[in-house]
Design a protein around this ligand. Sequence first.
Ligand SMILES: [Zn+2]
Length: 50
Amino acid sequence: MSRSNTRHRRSQWKATAPNLVSCERCQEPRLQHIACPNCGTYNRRQVIDV
Ligand SMILES: [Zn+2]
């Protein structure tokens, strides 16, 4: 594999867009499988005191 080939391949590497969903309680966009940073709710349960 040539250097140009390796560099071309690596230039195509991209981070995948985060999976955003809106919070059930405050409708703020949040990451899937992560407690809402705005109201601290996850799976309709308060998991973080705000
Ligand atoms: Zn929320």
